[in-house]
Write a protein that binds this ligand. Structure first.
Ligand code: APR
Length: 291
Protein backbone atom coordinates (compact mmCIF):
# COMPACT_ATOMS: atom_id res chain seq x y z
CA UNK A 1 0.00 0.00 0.00
CA UNK A 2 1.33 3.39 -0.90
CA UNK A 3 1.83 6.11 1.66
CA UNK A 4 -0.95 8.28 0.15
CA UNK A 5 -3.53 5.48 0.50
CA UNK A 6 -2.55 4.83 4.12
CA UNK A 7 -3.08 8.55 4.90
CA UNK A 8 -6.49 8.56 3.16
CA UNK A 9 -7.58 5.52 5.21
CA UNK A 10 -6.49 7.16 8.41
CA UNK A 11 -8.39 10.39 7.54
CA UNK A 12 -11.53 8.38 6.83
CA UNK A 13 -11.32 6.57 10.19
CA UNK A 14 -10.72 9.87 12.01
CA UNK A 15 -13.70 11.34 10.24
CA UNK A 16 -15.95 8.38 11.19
CA UNK A 17 -14.77 8.63 14.78
CA UNK A 18 -15.52 12.35 14.83
CA UNK A 19 -19.01 11.72 13.40
CA UNK A 20 -19.63 9.03 16.01
CA UNK A 21 -18.46 11.30 18.81
CA UNK A 22 -20.58 14.13 17.51
CA UNK A 23 -23.68 11.89 17.27
CA UNK A 24 -23.15 10.55 20.79
CA UNK A 25 -22.72 14.10 22.08
CA UNK A 26 -25.89 15.41 20.41
CA UNK A 27 -27.86 12.35 21.54
CA UNK A 28 -26.79 12.94 25.15
CA UNK A 29 -27.63 16.61 24.86
CA UNK A 30 -31.05 15.67 23.51
CA UNK A 31 -31.62 13.19 26.36
CA UNK A 32 -30.59 15.79 28.96
CA UNK A 33 -32.88 18.27 27.30
CA UNK A 34 -35.81 15.83 27.36
CA UNK A 35 -35.21 15.01 31.00
CA UNK A 36 -35.06 18.70 31.91
CA UNK A 37 -38.25 19.27 29.95
CA UNK A 38 -40.02 16.46 31.86
CA UNK A 39 -38.81 17.83 35.19
CA UNK A 40 -40.00 21.25 34.13
CA UNK A 41 -43.43 19.91 33.17
CA UNK A 42 -43.82 18.07 36.46
CA UNK A 43 -42.76 21.16 38.37
CA UNK A 44 -45.25 23.21 36.39
CA UNK A 45 -48.12 20.81 37.08
CA UNK A 46 -47.14 20.62 40.77
CA UNK A 47 -47.05 24.40 40.85
CA UNK A 48 -50.38 24.62 39.05
CA UNK A 49 -52.12 22.20 41.42
CA UNK A 50 -50.65 24.02 44.39
CA UNK A 51 -51.89 27.31 42.97
CA UNK A 52 -55.37 25.85 42.41
CA UNK A 53 -55.55 24.54 45.97
CA UNK A 54 -54.21 27.80 47.29
CA UNK A 55 -56.64 29.83 45.19
CA UNK A 56 -59.66 27.77 46.07
CA UNK A 57 -59.15 26.93 49.69
CA UNK A 58 -56.37 28.87 51.29
CA UNK A 59 -56.31 32.35 49.92
CA UNK A 60 -59.60 34.24 49.83
CA UNK A 61 -57.61 37.33 48.80
CA UNK A 62 -57.67 36.01 45.23
CA UNK A 63 -61.45 35.61 45.33
CA UNK A 64 -63.77 38.41 44.30
CA UNK A 65 -64.93 40.33 47.33
CA UNK A 66 -68.67 40.59 47.94
CA UNK A 67 -69.80 43.06 50.57
CA UNK A 68 -73.41 42.71 51.70
CA UNK A 69 -75.20 45.43 53.66
CA UNK A 70 -78.39 44.18 55.31
CA UNK A 71 -81.29 45.71 57.22
CA UNK A 72 -84.31 44.40 59.06
CA UNK A 73 -86.05 43.45 55.77
CA UNK A 74 -83.82 40.38 55.41
CA UNK A 75 -85.15 38.99 58.69
CA UNK A 76 -88.81 39.85 58.01
CA UNK A 77 -89.52 36.42 56.51
CA UNK A 78 -88.06 34.86 59.66
CA UNK A 79 -90.90 36.52 61.58
CA UNK A 80 -88.96 39.50 62.99
CA UNK A 81 -90.60 42.88 62.54
CA UNK A 82 -88.96 45.68 60.56
CA UNK A 83 -88.98 49.17 62.07
CA UNK A 84 -90.74 51.51 59.66
CA UNK A 85 -93.07 49.29 57.60
CA UNK A 86 -96.75 49.40 58.56
CA UNK A 87 -97.00 47.56 61.87
CA UNK A 88 -93.23 47.98 62.22
CA UNK A 89 -91.69 48.24 65.68
CA UNK A 90 -91.61 52.04 65.70
CA UNK A 91 -95.37 52.12 65.16
CA UNK A 92 -95.88 50.51 68.52
CA UNK A 93 -93.04 52.08 70.52
CA UNK A 94 -91.51 55.53 70.80
CA UNK A 95 -87.82 55.52 69.96
CA UNK A 96 -87.29 58.08 72.76
CA UNK A 97 -88.83 55.70 75.32
CA UNK A 98 -86.77 52.60 74.57
CA UNK A 99 -83.77 53.24 72.33
CA UNK A 100 -81.83 56.21 73.66
CA UNK A 101 -79.36 56.77 76.52
CA UNK A 102 -81.91 59.17 78.05
CA UNK A 103 -84.55 56.41 78.10
CA UNK A 104 -82.06 54.17 79.93
CA UNK A 105 -81.52 56.79 82.62
CA UNK A 106 -85.24 57.60 82.88
CA UNK A 107 -86.80 54.16 82.83
CA UNK A 108 -84.30 51.33 82.79
CA UNK A 109 -86.84 48.55 83.32
CA UNK A 110 -88.89 49.65 80.30
CA UNK A 111 -85.74 49.55 78.13
CA UNK A 112 -84.75 46.14 79.50
CA UNK A 113 -88.28 44.80 78.87
CA UNK A 114 -88.28 46.08 75.29
CA UNK A 115 -84.98 44.39 74.44
CA UNK A 116 -85.84 41.24 76.43
CA UNK A 117 -88.85 40.84 74.13
CA UNK A 118 -86.65 41.38 71.05
CA UNK A 119 -84.21 38.74 72.35
CA UNK A 120 -87.03 36.25 73.00
CA UNK A 121 -88.29 36.66 69.44
CA UNK A 122 -84.81 36.30 67.96
CA UNK A 123 -84.27 33.07 69.89
CA UNK A 124 -87.55 31.71 68.49
CA UNK A 125 -86.72 32.75 64.90
CA UNK A 126 -84.68 30.79 62.36
CA UNK A 127 -82.62 31.94 59.36
CA UNK A 128 -84.59 32.11 56.09
CA UNK A 129 -83.63 31.37 52.45
CA UNK A 130 -81.91 34.73 52.09
CA UNK A 131 -79.56 34.22 55.05
CA UNK A 132 -78.82 30.69 53.89
CA UNK A 133 -78.09 31.75 50.29
CA UNK A 134 -75.65 34.45 51.47
CA UNK A 135 -73.78 31.87 53.55
CA UNK A 136 -73.50 29.63 50.44
CA UNK A 137 -71.74 32.45 48.55
CA UNK A 138 -68.67 31.85 50.72
CA UNK A 139 -67.91 28.70 48.69
CA UNK A 140 -66.80 30.88 45.79
CA UNK A 141 -66.35 34.43 47.05
CA UNK A 142 -64.73 36.35 49.86
CA UNK A 143 -67.92 37.53 51.56
CA UNK A 144 -68.23 40.25 54.20
CA UNK A 145 -71.61 41.00 55.74
CA UNK A 146 -72.32 44.33 57.36
CA UNK A 147 -75.67 44.24 59.11
CA UNK A 148 -77.73 46.87 60.87
CA UNK A 149 -79.59 43.97 62.47
CA UNK A 150 -79.10 42.98 66.07
CA UNK A 151 -80.24 39.38 65.47
CA UNK A 152 -77.75 36.57 64.84
CA UNK A 153 -79.52 34.97 61.86
CA UNK A 154 -76.59 35.53 59.47
CA UNK A 155 -74.27 33.68 61.85
CA UNK A 156 -76.79 30.88 62.43
CA UNK A 157 -77.12 30.44 58.65
CA UNK A 158 -73.34 29.90 58.49
CA UNK A 159 -71.90 33.28 57.44
CA UNK A 160 -68.43 33.66 58.93
CA UNK A 161 -67.65 37.36 58.58
CA UNK A 162 -70.48 39.40 60.06
CA UNK A 163 -70.06 42.94 61.34
CA UNK A 164 -72.92 44.25 63.49
CA UNK A 165 -73.15 48.01 63.14
CA UNK A 166 -75.91 48.48 65.69
CA UNK A 167 -74.92 45.86 68.24
CA UNK A 168 -76.03 42.32 69.11
CA UNK A 169 -79.16 41.44 71.03
CA UNK A 170 -77.71 38.22 72.46
CA UNK A 171 -74.98 40.18 74.26
CA UNK A 172 -75.03 42.48 77.26
CA UNK A 173 -72.46 44.98 78.38
CA UNK A 174 -71.42 47.06 81.32
CA UNK A 175 -73.12 50.44 81.54
CA UNK A 176 -69.85 52.07 82.66
CA UNK A 177 -67.20 50.17 80.66
CA UNK A 178 -67.99 49.39 76.99
CA UNK A 179 -65.13 46.88 76.88
CA UNK A 180 -67.00 44.54 79.24
CA UNK A 181 -69.28 42.54 76.94
CA UNK A 182 -71.00 39.27 77.88
CA UNK A 183 -73.16 36.60 76.24
CA UNK A 184 -76.71 36.69 77.57
CA UNK A 185 -77.74 33.33 78.95
CA UNK A 186 -81.35 32.84 77.81
CA UNK A 187 -83.68 35.67 76.83
CA UNK A 188 -83.50 38.07 79.78
CA UNK A 189 -81.21 40.70 81.19
CA UNK A 190 -82.65 41.28 84.66
CA UNK A 191 -82.47 44.36 86.83
CA UNK A 192 -79.69 43.79 89.32
CA UNK A 193 -77.46 41.79 86.93
CA UNK A 194 -74.08 43.46 87.13
CA UNK A 195 -70.80 43.62 85.19
CA UNK A 196 -67.40 42.78 86.71
CA UNK A 197 -67.11 46.41 87.87
CA UNK A 198 -70.47 46.35 89.62
CA UNK A 199 -72.65 48.35 87.22
CA UNK A 200 -76.04 47.26 85.83
CA UNK A 201 -75.79 45.29 82.56
CA UNK A 202 -77.43 46.96 79.56
CA UNK A 203 -78.23 45.52 76.10
CA UNK A 204 -75.21 45.53 73.77
CA UNK A 205 -77.01 47.85 71.36
CA UNK A 206 -76.08 51.13 69.69
CA UNK A 207 -78.87 53.51 70.69
CA UNK A 208 -80.00 56.64 68.86
CA UNK A 209 -77.62 59.44 69.82
CA UNK A 210 -74.70 57.07 70.44
CA UNK A 211 -71.60 56.64 68.31
CA UNK A 212 -71.42 53.75 65.86
CA UNK A 213 -68.04 52.26 66.81
CA UNK A 214 -67.74 49.95 63.77
CA UNK A 215 -68.60 52.62 61.19
CA UNK A 216 -65.14 53.33 59.78
CA UNK A 217 -64.31 49.61 59.67
CA UNK A 218 -67.55 49.06 57.71
CA UNK A 219 -66.82 51.96 55.33
CA UNK A 220 -63.39 50.50 54.61
CA UNK A 221 -64.91 47.10 53.83
CA UNK A 222 -67.45 48.65 51.44
CA UNK A 223 -64.67 50.55 49.66
CA UNK A 224 -63.00 47.20 48.81
CA UNK A 225 -66.09 45.58 47.25
CA UNK A 226 -66.02 44.05 43.78
CA UNK A 227 -69.71 43.30 44.24
CA UNK A 228 -71.90 45.26 46.66
CA UNK A 229 -75.38 44.12 47.71
CA UNK A 230 -77.86 46.11 49.78
CA UNK A 231 -80.75 44.05 51.14
CA UNK A 232 -83.94 44.97 53.02
CA UNK A 233 -83.27 48.42 54.38
CA UNK A 234 -85.06 51.76 54.03
CA UNK A 235 -81.67 53.54 54.11
CA UNK A 236 -83.23 56.16 56.35
CA UNK A 237 -80.95 55.83 59.35
CA UNK A 238 -77.60 57.59 59.32
CA UNK A 239 -74.68 57.21 59.58
CA UNK A 240 -75.28 53.57 58.49
CA UNK A 241 -77.16 54.55 55.30
CA UNK A 242 -74.17 56.64 54.18
CA UNK A 243 -72.15 53.44 53.69
CA UNK A 244 -73.61 53.00 50.17
CA UNK A 245 -71.53 56.01 49.08
CA UNK A 246 -68.29 54.16 49.81
CA UNK A 247 -68.84 51.47 47.17
CA UNK A 248 -66.29 51.84 44.35
CA UNK A 249 -67.65 53.19 41.03
CA UNK A 250 -66.53 50.04 39.24
CA UNK A 251 -68.27 47.60 41.61
CA UNK A 252 -71.36 45.63 40.54
CA UNK A 253 -74.17 46.92 42.79
CA UNK A 254 -77.49 45.31 43.63
CA UNK A 255 -80.35 46.51 45.83
CA UNK A 256 -82.96 43.93 46.84
CA UNK A 257 -86.05 45.28 48.60
CA UNK A 258 -89.74 45.17 47.59
CA UNK A 259 -89.90 48.93 48.22
CA UNK A 260 -86.44 49.76 46.90
CA UNK A 261 -85.93 53.46 46.41
CA UNK A 262 -85.87 54.19 42.64
CA UNK A 263 -83.33 56.99 43.03
CA UNK A 264 -80.63 54.36 43.52
CA UNK A 265 -81.31 52.77 40.14
CA UNK A 266 -78.65 54.97 38.46
CA UNK A 267 -75.93 53.07 40.25
CA UNK A 268 -77.66 49.88 41.41
CA UNK A 269 -79.43 47.03 39.73
CA UNK A 270 -82.67 47.31 41.68
CA UNK A 271 -84.50 44.03 42.38
CA UNK A 272 -87.94 44.76 43.80
CA UNK A 273 -88.49 41.42 45.47
CA UNK A 274 -88.61 40.02 48.96
CA UNK A 275 -85.23 38.88 50.25
CA UNK A 276 -86.40 35.24 50.46
CA UNK A 277 -86.79 35.05 46.68
CA UNK A 278 -84.55 37.85 45.34
CA UNK A 279 -81.42 36.89 47.27
CA UNK A 280 -81.28 33.15 46.38
CA UNK A 281 -81.85 34.01 42.69
CA UNK A 282 -79.02 36.57 42.67
CA UNK A 283 -76.72 34.21 44.56
CA UNK A 284 -77.43 31.46 42.02
CA UNK A 285 -76.57 33.81 39.14
CA UNK A 286 -73.29 34.94 40.75
CA UNK A 287 -72.28 31.36 41.62
CA UNK A 288 -72.90 30.22 38.04
CA UNK A 289 -70.66 32.98 36.69
CA UNK A 290 -67.70 31.38 38.48
CA UNK A 291 -66.30 28.13 37.04
N1 APR B 1 -87.45 41.36 52.04
C1 APR B 1 -86.65 42.43 51.80
N2 APR B 1 -86.92 43.65 52.28
C2 APR B 1 -88.03 43.80 53.01
C3 APR B 1 -88.90 42.74 53.29
C4 APR B 1 -88.57 41.46 52.77
N3 APR B 1 -89.33 40.37 52.97
N4 APR B 1 -89.92 43.20 54.05
C5 APR B 1 -89.67 44.51 54.23
N5 APR B 1 -88.56 44.88 53.60
C6 APR B 1 -87.91 46.18 53.55
C7 APR B 1 -88.82 47.37 53.55
O1 APR B 1 -89.29 47.62 52.23
C8 APR B 1 -87.91 48.48 54.06
O2 APR B 1 -87.24 49.13 53.01
O3 APR B 1 -87.11 46.36 54.73
C9 APR B 1 -86.92 47.72 54.94
C10 APR B 1 -87.09 47.98 56.40
O4 APR B 1 -86.77 49.30 56.68
P1 APR B 1 -86.70 49.83 58.19
O5 APR B 1 -87.90 49.38 58.93
O6 APR B 1 -86.43 51.27 58.15
O7 APR B 1 -85.48 49.00 58.79
P2 APR B 1 -83.92 49.27 58.62
O8 APR B 1 -83.62 49.95 57.35
O9 APR B 1 -83.25 47.99 58.91
O10 APR B 1 -83.66 50.27 59.82
C11 APR B 1 -82.38 50.75 60.09
O11 APR B 1 -83.21 51.76 62.07
O12 APR B 1 -84.36 51.86 64.10
C12 APR B 1 -83.22 51.55 63.46
O13 APR B 1 -81.50 50.51 64.54
C13 APR B 1 -82.63 50.21 63.75
O14 APR B 1 -80.99 49.05 62.45
C14 APR B 1 -82.24 49.70 62.38
C15 APR B 1 -82.17 50.96 61.54
Amino acid sequence: MQLKEVNANLDEKKYSLMVLLYQTFTCSLFTIHCTLFTVHCSLFSYHYSFFTIHYTYLCPHFMRKIVVFTGSGISAESGLKTFRDSDGLWENYNIEDVATPQAWHRNRSMVLDFYNMRRKQVLEAAPNNAHVALARLENKFDVRIITQNIDDLHERAGSKNVLHLHGEIRKSRSSIDPALVYDVDGWEIKEGEKCARGSQLRPHIVWFGEEVPELSHAAHLVSLADIFMVIGTSLLVYPAAGLVDYAPDGAEKYFIDPNADEHLSNHFTVIKEKAGTGVPALVEKLMNEIL
